[in-house]
Design a protein. Structure first.
Length: 135
């Protein structure tokens, strides 16, 4: 069920299998259509999870900040791009402390070749390789 209380704001009520609303997601966009924030409120637990979005000069997501009223941690993910808009790096921070890094490698400028993930606390690096078969 959708509601449109104001311009640029959409409220979606999520219904369980008994027909009862268990949560509500509110999204707000600016006049250009860029997502500014999204908040999900769970009615029984009173949990509220929010995400705020920031964009670079090209209109690509540069930062997402998530908060949860039942958790004191603030999660921030930053993104870097190459000149054609492929994500090349992502960094995840918890309470402004770097906890994870991702690097995305491409082949032919757009196909993901590998994603390198590093857990900062353990220094462990995981490599996810991708192969493509075209018919």
């Amino acid at each position: 069920e959708y509601q449109f209380p104001k311009p640029n704001i959409v409220v979606r009520n999520n219904i369980n299998n008994y027909g009862l609303t268990y949560s509500s997601i509110t999204t707000e966009r600016n006049d250009q259509g860029f997502l500014l924030n999204e908040t999900e409120e769970f009615f029984i637990s009173k949990r509220i999870i929010s995400a705020n979005y920031r964009y670079n000069e090209r209109g690509w997501v540069s930062e997402v900040i998530r908060t949860d009223n039942q958790n004191s941690e603030t999660e921030k993910v930053t993104y870097e791009y190459d000149k054609i808009g492929n994500v090349t790096f992502a960094k995840k921070f918890i309470n402004n402390v770097l906890v994870e890094e991702y690097e995305v490698l491409y082949q032919n400028a757009s196909l993901v070749k590998a994603i390198l993930h590093q857990d900062i606390s353990s220094q462990m690096i995981t490599i996810h390789k991708y192969e493509y078969q075209f018919r």
